[in-house]
Design a protein. Structure first.
Length: 317
């Protein structure tokens, strides 16, 4: 929590009003660390009503039990990346609502977000297949029809893309290797709505990016940690460039280092749920229990908690 100011616990049951008043009367952005996703979602609705012109963002934890071989939902990953992108690219005053579970979970380095993007504009000359390859590397999923965020589809000389930070998907029409037009369209009817002339930026849509560099780093790190790596289905699937279910728990092995939410913010006023200490102790204890319950399973391959989570000492450094 360094480089930030911890103001103290908020007043139970009136957090939205307390935070709104502080925000109006101070220059700092605010980070509120709440109990769970349900609480911060309720607070956001009230702050949106009290401060309609204020940027209020959620930052949620992965919505699965630690060490379960289940992936976090795409919606949760997209929401997390949208908030991290905003923290990098928009330095204006804002309110961030997060949870105890979220702040102790390590996140991808901000350099990964900065270095991986795709910009497109009308009349731009670009090789058609290069866009497809770029979208795949950014974590977009190819589908037959685009309905949800982080999806793209290809039909003839048309590429449909639903960016993670837009309310509507966009349609690229090509003539040879030139973008002839860009429109947004209705994902239900698939009909064009309006033309877009501005530059469009596509950012990563997954916290785990699979490319030659990250996969090679994963293989190297995995072999160093697990001598019996040849017995691991996870290792073999990643080596073949497949993302196995629950593979996100190996994110620390794909990057040179992970960061925390606090590495993305500076000079924020931090407010804590009044049960913060108890919530933190319980979460850290649960993570340790989940790990110990699985690490001794036959042919198990699980990273110790320090790879994925902050302990109490690291949190307050």
């Amino acid at each position: 929590m360094k480089n930030n100011k911890t103001v103290g616990p908020s007043i139970n049951k009136i957090e939205p009003f307390f935070l709104s008043e502080y925000y109006k009367n101070n220059e700092d952005s605010i980070l509120y660390i709440g109990k769970d996703e349900r609480e911060i979602s309720k607070i956001k609705k009230k702050i949106d009503w009290l401060l309609p012109d204020t940027q209020t963002l959620l930052f949620q934890a992965w919505d699965q039990i630690p060490y379960d071989q289940v992936s976090p939902s795409k919606q949760t990953q997209i929401q997390r990346l949208e908030t991290l992108n905003s923290l990098i690219n928009n330095q204006s005053k804002k309110i961030i609502l997060t949870t105890v579970n979220s702040i102790i979970q390590k996140v991808i380095p901000n350099e990964i977000i900065k270095q991986n993007s795709l910009s497109l504009i009308v009349n731009q000359k670009i090789i058609f297949n290069d866009i497809i390859n770029s979208l795949t590397l950014l974590g977009f999923q190819r589908t037959s029809v685009v309905r949800e965020k982080s999806e793209f589809s290809v039909r003839g000389s048309i590429i449909d893309i639903f960016s993670t930070d837009r309310d509507l998907p966009i349609r690229l029409d090509f003539f040879d290797d030139k973008i002839e037009s860009i429109h947004n369209f209705d994902p239900l009817t698939q009909k064009r709505i309006s033309k877009i002339n501005d530059k469009i930026e596509f950012n990563i849509s997954s916290e785990l990016l699979l490319n030659d560099e990250t996969i090679n780093l994963f293989r190297k790190n995995f072999r160093e940690i697990f001598p019996k790596y040849r017995n691991s289905q996870i290792y073999n699937l990643f080596s073949e460039k497949f993302l196995p279910t629950g593979g996100e728990q190996f994110i620390p092995l794909f990057y040179n280092n992970l960061e925390t939410l606090f590495d993305y913010i500076c000079n924020y006023s931090i407010f804590l749920n009044d049960e913060f200490d108890t919530l933190l102790e319980n979460r850290l204890e649960n993570i340790e229990d989940f790990y110990l319950a699985r690490k001794d399973e036959k042919d198990s391959f699980f990273l110790p908690p320090e790879y994925l989570f902050l302990n109490k000492k690291k949190l307050f450094e």
